[in-house]
Design a protein around this ligand. Structure first.
Ligand code: SME
Length: 138
């Protein structure tokens, strides 16, 4: 389907722009609700490949955001017990949900190799990015 190819390319471009322009963004990707299932599926991303292409709701930082509908800022991933490690180089993570018509349909997930790098400015900026993404998904 032509429009889906274009959508994935646009989302991938957003990942590239974020990863290449922000020093403390080292892995940038989208996860989306997988149809009617209570799980997330990996979408376009930039960075090291991950084994975690499917994440059940409630599992890890991503799975928790699928349920909480709230941003999740993790300054130190080693201090989290409900965490799914993708790479040993990752020190911190931020996940911001994407809403379409008020429904949490996915999220942007960013890993950092820098300890405690994320500020409220990252949250506001990524909320803006997610808002823009929700318009291209709607
Ligand atoms: N660390 C995430 C899993 C996804 S990887 O960061 C790409 C988590 O705990 O949900």
């Amino acid at each position: 389907n032509q429009s889906e190819i274009t959508l994935d390319k646009r989302l991938h471009k957003i990942c590239e722009l974020l990863e290449s322009n922000v020093d403390h963004y080292n892995w940038v990707g989208f996860y989306f609700k997988n149809g009617d299932k209570e799980e997330l599926k990996l979408g376009p991303y930039v960075g090291e490949p991950t084994d975690h292409t499917i994440i059940p709701f409630g599992k890890g930082i991503c799975g928790q955001v699928a349920v909480s509908n709230q941003n999740f800022v993790v300054p130190d991933v080693s201090a989290q017990d409900n965490y799914i490690a993708c790479s040993i180089t990752v020190k911190a993570e931020i996940v911001v949900p994407i809403f379409v018509n008020g429904e949490n349909i996915g999220q942007i997930d960013i890993d950092s190799n820098t300890p405690d790098p994320f500020t409220e400015a990252d949250e506001r900026f990524l909320e803006f990015v997610c808002e823009e993404v929700s318009h291209i998904l709607a």
